[in-house]
Design a protein around this ligand. Structure first.
Ligand code: ADP
Ligand code: MG
Length: 274
């Protein structure tokens, strides 16, 4: 089946911007399929997928558990190379650890280091000159609402705060592409909403491209400027929907309560369950 027949396409980003993958922060997947294992044991996790993410877009990938969302993100991050097809990020084949800032479901911090020490490691890895670490660390921690926590130990802060540190760390590289794999899945509802508000604000301030993976339709509509729904495994694109909700300085509570929000959420939830 040709990928153009796979989903109802409601936008023409691919046609408008065929070179997204060649621009800083842009991503392009061309006819991508990924299999794990060989022979009779082989599992096709995802594909075929065509996806064009222009710089500055906040794309949310939604789909049922096991449909290949994390696989797609790992392909974009360069941790895996696709069995078939090609992946382009910022004009090149993605290099693992360099193609994007990444936030995982678990914060994966160094527990014996301080909050500031964890951010410093990322600044070092990003080759930021040491004399700039102080101001950069302060700025990053402020951006995620953790100002003044530099000297706290990781085990002294809550799970939500740890995930904020992970976000600050991912932002440290100033990479134009930001990848997030169900980063709030393990958090309580209130903390999750607060972090969603923050991620929405931070990404619209920094103008970065984001690819965010979730299985929650609610989270997808709230965060995405565009939502792509994947089918069950092997994941293919079944819905590609622009989210015409206001971004920037908005009353997020009002937004979440709006009829437009509810309609979009319903539509996406329906497609995820299909
Ligand atoms: P999702 O993130 O949507 O839950 P994944 O991308 O993690 O889905 O997995 C998609 C499919 O690929 C699943 O069936 C999973 O079991 C399989 N899979 C994922 N990673 C591996 C791996 N390293 N080796 C073998 N199979 C894998
Ligand atoms: Mg996953």
């Amino acid at each position: 089946m040709a990928s153009s027949e796979v989903g109802r396409k409601e936008r023409t980003a691919g046609a408008d911007t065929p070179r997204s993958g060649e621009r800083p922060g842009g991503v392009r997947l061309t006819n991508v399929t990924h299999r794990y294992g060989r022979g009779a044991e082989a599992v096709t996790a995802v594909g075929p997928v065509e996806l064009d993410v222009p710089p500055g877009e906040f794309l949310v990938l939604v789909g049922a558990s096991g449909c290949g969302k994390s696989t797609l993100l790992r392909l974009i991050a360069g941790f895996e190379r696709p069995t078939q097809g090609s992946v382009r990020v910022s004009g090149a084949e993605p290099r693992p650890g360099r193609a994007a800032g990444i936030v995982f479901q678990q914060p994966r911090l160094f527990p014996w280091r301080t909050v500031g020490g964890n951010v410093d490691l990322a600044l070092r890895y990003a080759r930021v000159p040491r004399d700039q670490w102080g101001p950069r660390r302060a700025e990053l921690l402020e951006r995620v609402g953790l100002e003044g926590t530099d000297r706290r130990r990781v085990w002294e802060i809550s799970g939500g705060q740890q995930q904020r540190v992970a976000i600050a760390r991912a932002l440290a590289a100033e990479n134009p592409l930001f990848l997030l794999d169900e980063p709030f899945g393990a958090l309580d509802a209130l903390t999750r909403e607060r972090l969603q508000d923050d991620v929405r604000r931070v990404t619209s301030q920094t103008g970065r491209t984001a690819v965010f993976v979730t299985h929650s339709a609610d989270e997808a509509v709230f965060l995405g400027s565009r939502v792509v729904v994947l089918s069950r495994r092997p994941g293919t694109v079944v819905l590609d929907l622009p989210v015409p909700l206001p971004r920037g300085e908005v009353d997020t509570e009002e937004l979440r309560a709006s009829g437009e929000f509810a309609d979009l959420r319903k539509r996406i939830a329906h497609e995820v369950k299909a």
